[in-house]
Design a protein around this ligand. Structure first.
Ligand code: PNS
Length: 162
C-alpha cells in the first residue's frame, strides 16, 4: 500500500529536530510531503519561500520527500494532495496537550485523516525553532540546534557574522 504522509509545520526555521522526523518518516511512508504553513503568524523570521528553499536543500538526499506549502485548513490541504496521514513530532509531555487538541480537531473535521506521532530523537528533544531564534538573537551558539545552512541564514537575518 502506498501511503502519502503530510508533515506540516511552521519550520521557522527548520531544526535538527524537524530533520530527524523527516528522515524517519521517509522510511515509514512511501511519500512524505513536508508542508510549510503560510500566514499562520505574521512575525516569522523567514518568509514561506525562504523556509521552503531551506527545506528543499536539506531534504535533497531523500527521494520520497518533497516540500510544499499550504494556507487555510490543514485537513483540506491533506485532502487535496490525496494523503490520509499527518505526521507530527512529539518532544515532551508539554507538546502533548496542544497536539492532542489538534489531532482530535482534525479528526472531527476530517475523519479519514489520521495523525501519526513520532517521538523526536532524545538528542533533539530540547530543540525548538523558538528556542533557536531566541538564542541566536541573544548572541548564543546554535550549532547543535540547526544545520549550518540554516545557521548562516539566521545570522545573516540578525546581522551577525558568527
Ligand atoms: O510547527 P507548528 O507551528 O507547531 O505547526 C502548527 C500547524 C501549522 C501544523 C497548525 O497550526 C496547523 O495545522 N495550521 C493550519 C490551520 C488549521 O488547520 N488549524 C486547525 C488545526 S486544529
Amino acid at each position: 500500500m502506498r501511503t502519502i504522509a503530510v508533515y506540516p509545520g511552521s519550520f521557522d526555521p527548520p531544526t535538527y529536530g524537524h530533520l530527524d522526523i523527516i528522515e524517519r518518516s521517509s522510511r515509514v511512508f512511501s511519500r512524505v510531503i513536508v508542508s510549510v504553513a503560510r500566514n499562520i503568524r505574521k512575525d516569522t523570521m523567514f518568509t514561506a519561500a525562504e523556509r521552503m528553499t531551506m527545506l528543499r536543500t536539506l531534504t535533497r538526499s531523500f527521494p520520497n520527500v518533497e516540500v510544499d506549502s499550504f494556507r487555510g485548513l490543514l485537513v483540506e490541504y491533506v485532502r487535496v494532495v490525496d494523503a490520509h496521514v499527518v505526521v507530527r513530532g512529539l518532544r515532551a509531555i508539554s507538546d502533548f496537550e496542544y497536539e492532542f487538541q489538534m489531532a482530535h480537531m482534525n479528526k472531527k473535521l476530517s475523519p479519514e485523516v489520521d495523525t501519526v506521532f513520532m517521538m523526536t530523537g532524545e538528542r533533539y528533544s530540547y530543540i525548538s525553532s523558538q528556542i533557536a531564534k531566541e538564542i541566536a538573537r541573544l548572541g548564543g551558539k546554535i550549532d547543535d540546534l540547526v544545520p549550518p545552512l540554516v545557521r548562516e541564514r539566521m545570522l545573516r537575518k540578525l546581522g551577525r557574522k558568527k
